[in-house]
Write a protein that binds this ligand. Sequence first.
Ligand code: SAH
Length: 249
Amino acid sequence: MPCRYMAPALLERLKGTTMRGWPIPPPKPPIKTATQFALERQLKVTALEAQGLLTSVRIKAALLKVPREDFIPPEYRDFAYEEVPLPLPGTAATISCPHSYPLFYEPLDLGPGHRFLEIGTGSGYGAAVAREVVGDSGQVTSIEIDPLTYAFAKQNLARTGYADVVLVLGDGGLGHVQRAPYDRIAITAACTEIPPPLVAQLTLGGRIIAPLVEDSVQKLTVVTKHADTTAREVLCDVLYVRLQGQYGS
Ligand code: SAH
């Protein structure tokens, strides 16, 4: 399963501009209309399905509903549906590529009623998509360590109507006991081990997905918690920003 895909034409256009190893497009004033974004959103979802990355009906509906462009700084807004991570306010924050969300949420088997925890709020887009997937009977908590990024996400989620997503400013490696236990946890920054407090705050049968660094390569890994043990499944190589804080890599 491909984890990073970029159209050759896009790569050509992005040549020369890099951000921590990723090409980034040149900032520019936004000109696209809501109608253009709606069309691009639909085309992106169709492409993700064709690539085999998206199969869940609920995740599809969530991706069609959440306006990704509203979670992106104005100077990068027009690139909302291109397969590039884009810079966010903060020292080491990006909104992940569009395909990252089904890439994480499909193997996590995120569904209605789940208590979901995200480590690394970034733009707040991933939390909004998760809120659509878990529905009114579920709950979404998201932790961000960078105060500037946290403030940006908070504003985005309030503006787009996701007021019941609980945002926490702090070290996500420590989890958030106040809302535990969680059925599903997504760590959207790379770490060398799953922080033990997160395993402790996971329900039995619950799953955590994270990019785990192994021999300097990041492997997207799903960990399932059982009574006396955890099971691991490695999915593919990926490239995300590094986890900071006590369990930072
Ligand atoms: N899920 C995000 C993308 C996140 S990029 C989105 O949808 O936009 C990774 C984020 O993890 C960055 O914002 C970074 O500041 C944050 N981060 C890194 N280490 C962290 C930690 N220990 N706790 C919480 N957030 C952390």
